[in-house]
Design a binder for this molecule. Structure first.
Ligand code: UDX
Length: 455
């Protein structure tokens, strides 16, 4: 009997906050286009199925031991390597079961996070088409794709004496902007990057949480180097109203009532995402930089943000908050999209994770850039030097430099120009998402592409 053409998608997010959110947003977008959605997820950092009544969830054991989870909290490369090794069998078993379940719609294709590169071999074996979602930007992906060349030409591994050297093959990046990660096992990092790039190239198409007007020239290069269908359909989070449902941590709503009491565009919102860590000296410089800036600030100090030993705010000098007379509010996790959309917020001090960068652009909040690792370094360079919608901390994480940068952004004329440019970028994002806009058209092509895939 001929198999009925399916409208079901199996979606497999990488279990990290910056990856789960865009994947679930994408699933929502495709659900609104008529697909039924089945999510396979690891036990580790599992999303909450009760927040998604329209989706079907299947949990797989990831096999991570307590000690592996602990070790990988400070070495993300280790986590990515372990997940790509340990999920092979349970993921494959789960997919076999789903494919043989005659009571459900047939499966059109798998949509996997691009970092789950092991899924290529599994999908091939099961003869299931595989599309990938790359949750980061296109420009940073091109830098990852250039790793073999960068190693051959001696840019990588990075040498301290070369940090300011331009990477001629990837303008405007300098060596210090290359998307590296500190890890105990540099070879494992190169393996993960090779897996990401090669198995993306071998996919039936790539979906990007980006838009043409933001990354046009990178998309032109990508289309030349990756002759597979490319679908820039972002920014995902603007397809529907803000939702906190994919947050792994509880968002502290006191931030909104605190913001309600502040003057328009006066507040610095400081948050460094879900993974980045700081040492105690950096943490204290940030605290004093914010305090000395004289601006009100909302600061997310995630438990674990300060590396080694400290639970939460212990490194702050006693009485620190009291001396601010309510000018500072510190929380463990914010409803970030609502915070950025609040009229009181005037600047976002960010690590430039791709989601944070896009969310800031979409709410036209200029940025202070403090990238920590990986794609954040490339994103940050584009924010400050290409789109010119933010400022880098030029001479490091030092309280005087922080104060100076906050003043440049929030008080001086330079800040006004930056604000104008980010408003234009936001407007372009809006246009891309309107009927007939590039992201909408790309989404329609994606839907057509999926319906033509043969399994
Ligand atoms: C990670 C990597 O660090 C990043 O470089 C890569 O681009 C994606 O994966 P993460 O550090 O979590 O991401 O940063 P980011 O991509 O900015 O995602 C963080 C998400 O958490 C955002 O969607 C943000 O809105 C949300 N968030 C952050 C909150 O909801 N509350 C907070 O307090 C902070």
């Amino acid at each position: 009997m001929e198999r009925r053409k399916g409208r079901r998608l199996v979606v497999f997010p990488l279990p990290l906050q910056g990856h789960i959110s865009p994947m679930l947003q994408l699933a929502g977008i495709l659900h609104s286009k008529g697909f039924s959605i089945t999510i396979i997820h690891t036990n580790f950092n599992s999303p909450n199925p009760s927040h998604y009544p329209n989706f079907t969830f299947h949990s797989i054991p990831d096999g991570l031991s307590e000690s592996e989870i602990e070790a990988s909290a400070s070495d993300i490369v280790l986590l990515l390597k372990l997940l790509n090794a340990k999920c092979v069998e349970p993921f494959s078993d789960c997919l076999v079961k789903l494919l043989s379940d005659a009571s459900e719609d047939p499966i059109s294709c798998l949509i996997s996070d691009a970092i789950f590169y092991f899924t290529r071999a599994v999908a091939d074996t099961l003869k299931l088409p595989r599309i990938v979602l790359r949750t980061g930007g296109v420009s940073s992906f091109l830098a990852f794709a250039a790793f073999p060349l960068l190693r051959e030409r001696g840019y990588l591994p990075i040498q301290d004496s070369q940090l300011e050297k331009p990477v001629e093959e990837l303008p405007p990046l300098k060596v210090k902007d290359l998307p590296v990660i500190n890890t105990d096992d540099p070879n494992a990092f190169y393996e993960v990057v090779a897996g990401l790039v090669n198995e993306t190239k071998a996919s039936s198409g790539v979906i990007w949480n980006s838009y043409e007007d933001l990354e046009h020239s990178a998309l032109v290069t990508l289309r030349q180097e990756f002759p597979i269908p490319i679908f820039p359909i972002g920014p995902f989070h603007k397809y529907s109203s803000p939702s906190s449902s994919s947050s792994l941590l509880t968002q502290d709503q006191s931030s909104i009532s605190w913001l309600d009491k502040q003057a328009p565009k006066s507040v610095i919102y400081a948050s460094f995402g879900s993974i980045a860590g700081l040492n105690e000296a950096e943490f204290l410089e940030i605290a004093w930089g914010l305090a000395n800036s004289k601006q009100p600030f909302l600061w997310v100090v995630r438990p674990g943000l300060v590396l080694r030993g400290s639970e939460w705010l212990e490194p702050l000098p006693s009485g620190f908050l009291e001396t601010l007379n309510g000018r500072g509010h510190i929380i463990k996790w914010a409803p970030q999209q609502d915070v950025l959309a609040h009229p009181a917020v005037g600047a976002f001090w960010t690590h430039n994770g791709w989601n944070s960068t896009l969310e800031s652009i979409c709410e036209e909040v200029p940025m202070i850039c403090m990238p920590c690792f990986s794609d954040q370094k490339v994103n940050s360079k584009y924010v400050s030097d290409v789109w010119k919608v933010g400022l880098q901390l030029e001479s490091g994480v030092k309280r005087e430099e922080i104060e100076r940068t906050i003043r440049r952004l929030m008080v001086e004329k330079e800040g006004e120009d930056i604000r104008d440019r980010i408003s234009e970028l936001k407007e372009k994002a809006n246009l891309c998402l309107q009927q007939g806009g590039t992201s909408r058209k790309s989404l329609d092509s994606l839907v057509t592409h999926i319906s033509k895939l043969e399994s």
